[in-house]
Design a protein. Structure first.
Lengths: 233, 619
């Protein structure tokens, strides 16, 4: 039942299909809606809230909100981008994000999002978490202090690899990402799992060992073009 | 592997069923029998249910009443609500800590007693209160706390702590609790005792389901849990949704601090509630109902089961109800495990499905795709209790009570600094001042209408009306006198939201922590004008971007206190004339470095150079 759906994003007419989310239709139309938890091939979670847009004046997450005929979507506006900066700042404050010493710098979506949104510093105190660092696995390192709770690894391991290695434990600000065993090496985690693909983790929480600095800083993915460039027409 | 753990887990999974949606029941049983759900148990449960053990841990770690560390045979949970704090719970805690020789959050070495704090247990009208395992102990003070400790040391039997039974059904042999109902005003719809039992259901069964929905729509009945969604419309959506099965859920997970009216309804009017569910089932076309009962109300569980059994016996549940051919419906009770967010309807469904109590993505709405993907109606206890009366006495009668937008009556749970805390059934539209007169709190300075997710108002707003169109409330009214600190109340409520946030989305998980930190800065006397702007600004982001009602309402204590008590803030947040930042305390900023360097500061430590340098001398 593929029906055409016509709607509008920031005054631009967009055509999508029944069943698509705002994010999917926008991507196809070459309109970038900032996001951190959403990525291709995984079911959207709507947890980072960076993709919040207004639909007929009401806020909604673009990655989970289905399109419908005639809706008016506000995306790249001063107001929405202000909320996004706030959210990105919150994530910086929540974890330990020391860009200059992080292997992911330059390839990090959180960092790139900060740059794209014009964030210069964050207005919040650091929460300085003291979470697990797990270097037990020969090929993979987990520094959960850098986790931004996008849940991509949970979804990828469960839905793409069929392994279910990760889950959230705890709740609220004490929520943590956790592997099935105390040490990752005691699970069936394998470097070739889709969950450990280089760009699955948006930050430097999942690290492929011995690859960190193969590519020099300055030549990395977001060093020369802002995040979203591949979608924006 | 311990044989006991293995036997208990296997037995529980076998008897309760190895489906995912039984997980919470399985966990509750294991917790009760083993006093914890440890790694070994989680591993076994994972194997039994064919899910990952870390997924099980995700669920276990979500609920306050489940623990991975062994708990005492008797767990004393002191209610930590702000009302209980003001009523003296801290002194009670001190006595208990002294008697058992442990701190709050600890378990005695002999594994007999655990001491904990827990948020509102729905006893604010008889605070300070505590749960001792499932037994409710009310009106605690230093003396009774010491006596309780002595008795528990002797017999370790919480049931024996109940000496005098409460009124009404609290004295029923299946409840046997010291809880008092405190029904202080009987309004026209629920507590008037004029209704005929089951008349609403019998009348409904003479109509078509569509006519029943029409009647509810005509009465303008709105949900009484807080959100106020039109009940008839919800039923209509569910009826119109495709599904092999439909479910009727009763939300008996009232967790809003200061709310306890559902406790009284569950105690005194369970038949009315079940009758309401049965009518809803007939209207929507459902054969299956679930009451989600908050873990704090476990003491009512057995009683409710007995009422259900009696209804089955009388043909009010089961097959061909009241002789209506083809109308089958039954109800089961799902116990909660200590989580405020599970009162949010989609979290409640997640919880029943055996998942972490996270809210679900909407759309689809529960009425389209709810429990196990089936169309599901979730109604509050109080909403359902009104349904039979509307069917019995007519939509026009109901709509004639209250205001145009808010029809019928509302149960208010009133507590705090007032002469007569308790449950009041009033017509919607009553002013705050009229209510304060009724409860003996004319001197009140602060009123929290709708609990922390509602509004903190002051005297200038006491002429406002309690109604959906003005000051809505799910039932919580907390009154504070002039001697209470607005900031302390705000701070407590923010703490509550932080503890109860599921952590799914960024703004609620992080934003509320940051908001609370800024309130703390102001309370420390370090507030600056920029902090007020920061609070307003960040609150707006949290409200606009949060995923569910918890995050959307969590900044309300801050925003409403800023609106209604500007003087409280302006008295403490002052501009400094020297141009320095109030919030920056150089000594404090240097403290850590001084500690690490084991050196004092040449500029800021006056005694510098006079004494030999040692850590102890660092001022």
């Amino acid at each position: 039942m593929l029906g055409e759906v016509n709607f509008e994003i920031d005054g631009v007419k967009v055509q999508g299909w029944t069943g698509q989310t705002i994010m999917e239709a926008a991507d196809e139309a070459g309109i970038y809606i900032p996001r951190l938890c959403d990525t291709e091939d995984l079911r959207p979670a709507g947890s980072c809230r960076v993709c919040t847009v207004k639909v007929n004046g009401k806020p909604a997450a673009a990655c989970t909100q289905p399109i419908s005929e005639g809706i008016v979507v506000e995306n790249n506006t001063k107001e929405m981008n202000k909320y996004r900066v706030d959210l990105v700042e919150m994530l910086f404050s929540e974890g330990n994000h020391l860009c200059p010493v992080c292997e992911a710098s330059g390839d990090c979506e959180l960092q790139a999002m900060g740059y794209r949104l014009g964030m210069t510093y964050y207005h919040h105190p650091d929460l300085n978490p003291n979470r697990t660092i797990d270097a037990s696995h020969p090929d993979i390192l987990l520094d959960t202090n850098r986790c931004i709770f996008c849940g991509r690894c949970i979804r990828a391991s469960r839905d793409l690899d069929g392994k279910g290695i990760f889950s959230y434990v705890g709740r609220g600000i004490n929520k943590r990402i956790k592997a099935r065993a105390e040490r990752l090496v005691d699970t069936d985690a394998d470097l070739n799992d889709k969950v450990f693909a280089y760009d699955l983790c948006p930050v430097g929480c999942i690290i492929r060992k011995r690859e960190g600095f193969k590519k020099p800083i300055g030549t990395r993915y977001y060093d020369h073009k802002p995040i979203g460039s591949d979608i924006q027409s | 592997m311990s044989k006991e753990t293995s036997a208990v887990v296997k037995e529980a999974c076998q008897r309760i069923g190895r489906e995912r949606h039984n997980l919470l029941d399985i966990l509750l049983e294991i917790q009760e029998k083993l006093r914890c759900v440890d790694q070994e148990a989680m591993q076994l449960i994972g194997e039994e249910l064919s899910i990952s053990s870390v997924t099980v841990e995700g669920v276990v770690s979500f609920y306050a009443f489940l623990s991975q560390e062994p708990k005492g045979k008797v767990i004393i949970r002191l209610c930590d609500d702000i009302v209980d704090r003001f009523a003296g719970i801290e002194a009670v805690a001190e006595v208990l800590c002294e008697e058992f020789g442990i701190q709050m959050g600890e378990t005695t070495e002999d594994g007999k007693i655990s001491l904990e704090y827990t948020p509102c247990i729905g006893m604010c009208d008889q605070a300070p209160a505590a749960l001792v395992n499932d037994v409710v102990v009310t009106n605690l003070d230093v003396r009774s706390a010491r006596e309780m400790a002595k008795n528990l040391k002797k017999h370790l039997n919480p049931a024996k702590l109940v000496k005098k039974l409460g009124d009404g059904n609290n004295a029923n042999k299946w409840i046997k609790s010291m809880v008092q109902n405190n029904i202080l005003r009987r309004g026209e719809v629920i507590f008037n005792d004029e209704g005929t039992p089951e008349a609403g259901l019998k009348h409904a069964l003479t109509k078509t389901p569509k006519e029943v929905i029409k009647t509810i729509q005509k009465s303008y009945l709105k949900g009484r849990g807080g959100a106020g969604f039109p009940t008839g419309m919800k039923w209509n959506f569910a009826r119109a949704s495709e599904g092999a099965r439909r479910y009727i859920f009763c939300n008996a997970d009232e967790g809003e601090p200061g709310t306890f009216k559902d406790r009284v309804l569950l105690t005194e009017c369970p038949d009315l509630m079940f009758e309401g569910m049965t009518i809803a089932a007939y209207a929507v076309g459902s054969d299956s109902g679930i009451v989600y009962l908050r873990g704090e109300y476990t003491y009512l569980h057995q009683f409710l089961e007995k009422v259900l059994a009696e209804r089955r016996k009388q043909g009010l549940l089961g097959e061909n109800i009241c002789g209506k051919k083809g109308f089958h419906f039954d109800i089961r009770i799902q116990m909660g495990a200590g989580s405020y967010i599970c009162g949010e309807e989609t979290s409640l469904i997640s919880s029943c499905e055996g998942h972490r109590g996270n809210p679900k993505t909407r759309p689809p709405y529960p009425a389209q795709e709810g429990y196990l993907g089936a169309p599901t109606v979730v109604n509050n206890v109080e909403t359902l209790c009104r349904v039979p009366r509307i069917l019995e006495k007519g939509a026009e009668w109901f709509a004639s009570i209250g205001t145009k937008e808010s029809t019928g009556t509302k149960l208010l749970s009133v507590s705090g600094d007032c002469e007569s805390p308790g449950v009041y059934e009033v017509a919607w539209g009553i002013t705050v001042r009229e209510l304060l007169k009724m409860v003996g709190a004319e001197e009140a300075a602060i009123v929290v209408v709708g609990g922390p997710s509602g509004q903190l108002i002051g005297r200038t707003a006491f002429e406002r009306r309690i109604a959906f169109e003005d000051l809505p409330t799910g039932g919580s009214i907390v009154v504070f006198g002039i001697e209470r600190s607005v900031l302390e109340i705000v701070h407590y409520y923010m703490e509550f939201f932080i503890d109860e946030s599921c952590g799914y989305c960024t703004p609620c998980r992080v934003g509320n922590v940051l908001l609370k930190k800024r309130i703390e800065k102001i309370m420390d006397g370090l507030g600056e004008l920029e902090d007020i702007a920061y609070l307003k600004d960040l609150s707006k982001t949290v409200i606009m971007t949060s995923r569910c009602g918890l995050g959307i309402t969590a900044p309300n204590p801050i925003l409403s206190s800023l609106e209604h008590f500007p003087l409280v803030y302006s008295a403490i947040v002052k501009k400094r004339h020297d141009g320095l930042q109030q919030g920056f305390d150089i000594k404090r900023a240097l403290e850590k470095s001084r500690e690490i360097a084991k050196r004092r500061s040449r500029i800021y430590d006056r005694a510098y150079g006079e004494k030999p340098i040692s850590v102890e001398n660092i001022g």
